[in-house]
Write a protein that binds this ligand. Sequence first.
Ligand code: ATP
Length: 191
Amino acid sequence: MRRGIFGGSFDPVHQGHLIVASAAADALGLDRVHFVPAHVQPFKAARQHASPADRVAMLRAALSHDERFVLDTREIDREGVSYTVDTLRAFTAEFPDDALSLLIGADAARDFPEWREASAIAQLADVVVLTRPGEQIPRDGPPGRVLRVPAVDVSATQVRERVRRGDPIEHLVPAAVARYIESHRLYRTGD
Ligand code: ATP
């Protein structure tokens, strides 16, 4: 089986994540895309907004439309700071016969040289950098390939800011996620 691994804060998950993951699955022939919400993202440690439980609940609601999409909570279950190298080692142990592709958006790829055991990561998985509007493909990013995916100019930051201002988000996130944000009163303040 071919598996994609797509990590992030998903704070909240939005259409950009879903569209590029689906395009990557099509282009790479992935049978599964595992969405792996970080417990604490090393580069965003002081910038978490919704709780891990809320981020997981929103992902669960968002992933039901594509049967290749799987929610994977191993980083949340592990607690502490989430390192991709640990996650990839766990996937390799669990699925020794499967090919793993690590999907990274162009902005996240910029930090790649600083990721813990970056060279080990590149040995454990094929690293695939996904294009993202407004983001250059970094020259000193991960080894591996660049995949051109549909340009969806949506970010979680934009979704949170719109909620805080009381602007509609229904075109940016799946309906179930918009309902969850509303009913749990998420992102109403700037914390
Ligand atoms: P924030 O605005 O809070 O920084 P984000 O929208 O970048 O969040 P993350 O959860 O941090 O969302 O992203 C998870 C992964 O998805 C990262 O690799 C990121 O680069 C990628 N990604 C997010 N949105 C897009 C998009 N619109 N197009 C391509 N890649 C994306």
